[in-house]
Design a protein around this ligand. Structure first.
Ligand SMILES: *Cc1c(COP(=O)(O)O)cnc(C)c1O
Length: 412
């Protein structure tokens, strides 16, 4: 891979050549894929890695002495190192392959059931995805720990002073997302991590929505756990990453028992393998892990500065154009946000808008976006959400706005 430099020209037409799906038609119209916060599309170089795996070295890893098994093991472990470097983890064994963000959060929540006591407190933010709420509720039920919620404001931002009031010596853990999938808000995680550490609370950051746009440095953040999913980063579904500080991963018990995660097994006593294998029971998504590494290479080749600046241009342009539509209400207007726009048009149901947009080839998401507490805060059942990626174009934004106007006139 070439080192990324900032002045590589960003040519969106050329980038789109890497994504065969962007050429297809939907309901007779060219696809405008604006649902990137739900999942991203997969570029050819990542697909090539998947085909190469199944064509040339498909084998189970870590156990075989034969050549295919060794090749697969090497490629899988190289992918782990790519992920380690990307997030700047100190050690490769601090990178645990998971099936995705949800799996990573459940792994950590389950581990803490052995650590928390009755009356301990856990803080979550009001901006969370259900996968960063439900596992902690289950943990509280198991341990008698208390869940407290950091409130949000009308702009869709966390109220930091309220966090300062909630946190205390009783706080053992703090969980929040780096970027909200429903609103796009970027949370001030640096400040929150520092403050949490001042009372010795551990911090887990759900990076699912941030990782495609922001390169997180886990050492600089000094975060205890950081989780993400490959499928939002131009990789395949069914694979993700849990970064954990070595000292925490050593402390947590294994999540699942099975092959690969043991050292020795007898019916009297089993001893566990060291990191990272302790948390990787069973045959993993080998091809997925290798493809995740390729997706990270792909994003880095485009460059995160290029990604941020192109997505930001799309966000600003789309926001300006949307605001010209009568009855438009955008939810989540933080100055610090990624290219996600959640909105409603007065008097219209988001589902109806989404359905009509689809008839014109435009893919957006409608509903509560797995974040019902945010919808409850605004007292709405859901929103229409358009989310942009670096491979989207200004032309697609224009088509989206035109289609939205048409849908509005059909529904009013
Ligand atoms: C997508 C997402 C999740 C869930 O990720 P999965 O890949 O479905 O496990 C969790 N949190 C946020 C913020 C997300 O955007």
């Amino acid at each position: 891979m070439n080192p990324v430099t900032k002045n590589i020209t960003f040519d969106v037409a050329k980038i789109r050549e890497d994504f065969p799906i962007l050429k297809r038609k939907v309901n007779g119209y060219p696809l405008a894929y604006l649902d990137n916060a739900a999942t991203s599309q997969t570029p050819k170089p990542v697909m090539d890695v998947i085909i190469d795996y199944y064509s040339n070295y498909n084998a189970n890893i870590h156990r075989g002495v034969h050549s295919l098994s060794q090749e697969a093991t090497d490629k899988y472990e190289q992918a782990r190192i790519k992920i380690q470097k990307h997030f700047n983890a100190q050690k490769a064994h601090e990178i645990i392959f998971t099936s995705g963000t949800t799996h990573g959060i459940n792994l950590v929540a389950n581990g803490f059931s052995a650590i928390l006591k009755e009356g301990d407190e856990i803080l979550v933010s009001a901006l969370e995805h259900h996968s960063n709420i439900v596992p902690w509720q289950m943990l509280c039920e198991k341990t008698g720990a208390i869940l407290r919620v950091i409130p949000m404001n009308e702009e869709g931002e966390l109220i930091y002073p309220a966090f300062e009031e909630l946190i205390s010596e009783n706080t053992k853990m703090v969980f929040l997302n780096h970027v909200s999938n429903a609103l796009g808000t970027v949370n001030p995680i640096e400040k929150i991590i520092k403050k949490a550490h001042s009372v010795d609370a551990a911090v887990l950051i759900d990076g699912a929505q941030a990782a495609p746009h922001i390169k997180a440095d886990v050492q600089e953040l000094d975060v205890d756990f950081y989780v993400a999913s490959a499928h939002k980063m131009c990789g395949p579904t069914g694979v993700g990453v849990l970064y954990g500080k070595e000292e925490w991963l050593e402390k947590l018990p294994p999540y699942q028992g099975g092959g690969e995660m043991i050292d020795t097994v007898t019916f009297e006593k089993t001893t566990y393998a060291g990191l990272p294998h302790k948390f990787e029971a069973g045959t993993p998504n080998i091809c997925g892990g290798i493809a995740f590494g390729a997706a990270i290479d792909y994003l880095n080749q485009i460059g995160f500065e290029n990604i941020a600046s192109s997505e930001n241009d799309l966000l600003n342009y789309a926001t300006k154009k949307l605001m010209e539509i009568d009855g438009m209400k955008i939810y989540g207007v933080s100055k610090n946000k990624t290219a996600v726009i959640s909105f409603n048009i007065e008097g219209l149901h988001p589902y109806d808008i989404g359905t009509l947009l689809d008839k014109m080839g435009i893919a957006v998401r409608t509903g509560h976006h797995c974040a019902q507490p945010i919808m409850d805060f605004y007292r709405i059942p859901g929103t229409v959400r358009a989310s942009f990626s670096f491979y989207n174009t200004k032309g697609e934004v224009e088509r989206f706005i035109e289609a939205l106007k048409k849908a509005k006139s059909m529904l009013s």
